[in-house]
Design a protein around this ligand. Sequence first.
Ligand SMILES: NC(=O)c1ccc[n+]([C@@H]2O[C@H](COP(=O)([O-])OP(=O)(O)OC[C@H]3O[C@@H](n4cnc5c(N)ncnc54)[C@H](OP(=O)(O)O)[C@@H]3O)[C@@H](O)[C@H]2O)c1
Length: 296
Amino acid sequence: MKKVLVAGATGYLGQFVVKALKAKGYRVRALGRSAAKLALVEEYADDLFVGEVTDPDSLSGLCDGIDVVFSSVGITRQKDGLTYKDVDYQANRNLLTIAEASGVSKFIYVHVLNAEKLRHLAMIQAKQTFVNELKVSPLDQVVICPTGFFSDMEEFLAMARSGRVYLFGDGSNRINPIHGADLAEFCVGAMDSQEQQFDVGGPEVFTYREIAELAFAVLNQPKKITCVPKSLVSATVGALRWLTSAKVYGPVEFMASVMTMDVIGDAHGQRRLAEHFRDCGGSIESKSREDHPLPV
Ligand SMILES: NC(=O)c1ccc[n+]([C@@H]2O[C@H](COP(=O)([O-])OP(=O)(O)OC[C@H]3O[C@@H](n4cnc5c(N)ncnc54)[C@H](OP(=O)(O)O)[C@@H]3O)[C@@H](O)[C@H]2O)c1
């Protein structure tokens, strides 16, 4: 059976991917920045590799014996001083370089749906630059473009718990978010695919307003929703750019952009958002990535 390197194995999606690969009989090497973080997946990985994906010197031997590289490495919530260019572009470029030199046959990369409409964002520019280089690589490649993950929808639950949900735009744009376990199953299915790109979403389409209402309903709290009109969105994000760091405005700018457009991928999976919200319902606030238990 093929051996797969999972980069991003300590993240929300990566943890599910490690488990899903193992369930299908693949051999798995998990890459992470520390042994402590890799403990999250050690039960499912055949071997663990401690290395800094942003530092090529620490990656020697990483792809030895590897057939396929899967990468979900990227900044979702900034935890260190690095930029999207350092991580979403350069770290993935480092992985591709070592994969090409090591005889890896395929590279699977997790991008973002609607990237062509989001080119003004630094995160998307970094990811797209990597995808452009992946496309001219001699390796077989699959680019998976997902909608929003259930982990990100937990932000609505956190806002509802604090009493009010803020929406960018009027809340009428639509999204079909996907559970990490469903997306992981899709990614594992792509291992043997000849197609090079997939737009992937979950089984249910919601407006953003409906997601906010669902969060209030699960918490059994009165609905209080405030919309930031589309005309004020860019001024709000612009102000945040001046008043805060990239750590704050980067994710807000991304949310503001996706909430004012439809984000619909081909429907996959069966896991339902209401059930996920109910599962999270007892938590005090939105779960951090580290709090996500290994895959249900
Ligand atoms: N969340 C969404 O709704 C969504 C939607 C569409 C696409 N995506 C994309 O899908 C990918 C995976 O998302 P996710 O929610 O699974 O993200 P996540 O939980 O934040 O995981 C990201 C992974 O990248 C690693 N990483 C980040 N910065 C790093 C750095 N400086 N050095 C080394 N490793 C670093 C993390 O390592 P640590 O655990 O050590 O931090 C983690 O393993 C991302 O590229 C994201 O942009 C996400």
